[in-house]
Structures are given as structure tokens and as C-alpha cells.
Ligand binder design. Structure first.
Ligand code: ZN
Length: 227
């Protein structure tokens, strides 16, 4: 049984679902992505995504018309396997089509690009043997085209979940993984910033994101990681 947290970007709320591995992901059309496909090789009992990412999947899958095998989707940041600020850690990114032909992959890539529902579709020269698309949200704190956006008290969503995951892993408790940047997360960020020589403002912007993600990505889970 997986706990799945879905951030609904249209009304800024977080919803929690409990699903078996063979159940469809929440909001997915016609059983086209199961929990086990979404998690790929991730061993995490808790998964997260956004409703927008699921809807982008639905549009892509419906237009393509046939099965699209998912190789890799969600990972916790301390599980690694992707770049330090990968959208896979937000649960909004999919690597698909590993078992398809070049022509099939080209068609999926074209559909994903032309639909305009994804924030990014990786060009063929970067990933010739699979198709990566993601529904990134907002603008990155360090570079506008990638990474995670600046989050602060009152922020909600998948990027807050990544931040809470990092903070707890490093021993800065946030009163759970809920995707809501409340007082406990604010205090945790300030304490982390003070301990690591960063400006103590409780805002997770470029420097704080860069510092905390690099440490957690390199070091893996700890005794204080929330699973
Ligand atoms: Zn990818």
C-alpha cells in the first residue's frame, strides 16, 4: 500500500490517496499508469505528484492511442539516479518508451511537444533510447528553466515536499511530510541556514536549494528520513 500525495495546482490543495501497486494512479485516465509504473524502482512507501502532471500524461496517452511503457518516474531525492535538481524527485517527470521502437518514441516525443501540456520535453539527441517529459511548475530558483522554485512560508506543493524530505533527512524536523510550508518548516529552514552559513531568512531560494539538495543527494537517507 502506497501513500500518494497529489498537489492540485489549480486550487492549491494537497490530497492524500492510498493505493495498491496495481491500482491506477490518482486522476489517471483508463488505468494507463499504475502505481508500480509510477514508482519504477523507488522503494518509498510515500509518493507524490501533481494533478497537472497526471493530466498532461492523460492528454499524451490519449493522443498516442496505445500503451506507453513507463521506465522511470518518481524517486526520492536521497535515492538518486537523476541529476541533483531533477523533476523526477517532484514526481512530475516520466522516462518512457524504453521498450518501443525509434519511430514510436519519435511519435511520442512529437505529441508531447505539440500538445504543449508539458513544461519540458527532452530533445532526442540527449535521450535517444527513451523519452523524458516533465510538468515542471513555476521558475527555478537558480536558473529559470530548470530546478525548483523559491519556496517560503505559505508555499505548497511537490517542491515543498522535496524540501521537507531534505530537511528531515538532515535532522531538521518539519512535523511530517505534508507539502505545506508552515511554521515548523520555516523554523527548520532557518536552523539549517544558520548551521550552514547561509543568510537566515527562512526562504528556500537558490543558495539554500543548492546547498541542501547537494548534501542529501550525495549522502542518501538517514535515521531521521521520514518514509
Ligand atoms: Zn528523466
Amino acid at each position: 500500500m502506497a501513500k500518494i500525495i497529489v498537489y492540485n495546482t489549480s486550487n492549491n490543495t494537497l490530497e492524500t490517496f492510498w493505493r495498491e501497486e496495481n491500482d491506477p494512479m490518482p486522476y489517471v485516465w483508463n488505468n494507463t499508469m499504475r502505481v508500480r509504473e509510477f514508482r519504477g524502482s523507488s522503494g518509498s512507501p510515500t509518493l507524490w505528484t501533481t494533478r497537472q502532471a497526471m493530466e498532461a500524461w492523460n492528454a499524451t496517452r490519449q493522443t498516442y492511442g496505445g500503451p506507453i511503457p513507463v521506465g522511470y518516474a518518481f524517486k526520492r531525492i536521497w535515492e538518486g539516479g537523476h541529476g541533483v535538481t531533477s523533476q523526477h524527485y517532484a514526481g512530475v517527470s516520466f522516462d518512457v518508451g524504453q521498450r518501443l521502437t525509434n519511430n514510436q518514441r519519435a511519435r511520442i516525443r512529437n505529441i508531447a511537444s505539440q500538445l504543449g501540456v508539458w513544461g519540458y520535453v527532452e530533445p532526442r539527441n540527449l535521450t535517444p533510447t527513451w523519452v523524458h517529459f516533465d510538468r515542471r511548475y513555476g521558475q527555478g530558483a537558480c536558473t529559470t528553466s530548470s530546478g525548483y522554485n523559491t519556496v517560503f512560508r505559505g508555499s505548497r506543493g511537490a517542491y515543498v515536499l522535496i524540501l521537507q524530505d531534505c530537511l528531515n533527512t538532515l535532522g531538521y524536523a518539519t512535523a511530517g511530510l505534508d507539502g505545506i510550508f508552515g511554521n515548523a518548516t520555516h523554523t527548520a529552514v532557518r536552523n539549517f541556514q544558520g548551521d550552514y552559513g547561509l543568510a537566515v531568512d527562512g526562504v528556500c531560494g537558490c543558495n539554500t536549494w543548492r546547498t541542501i539538495t547537494n548534501i542529501v543527494h550525495a549522502n542518501g537517507p538517514t535515521d531521521t528520513t521520514i518514509n
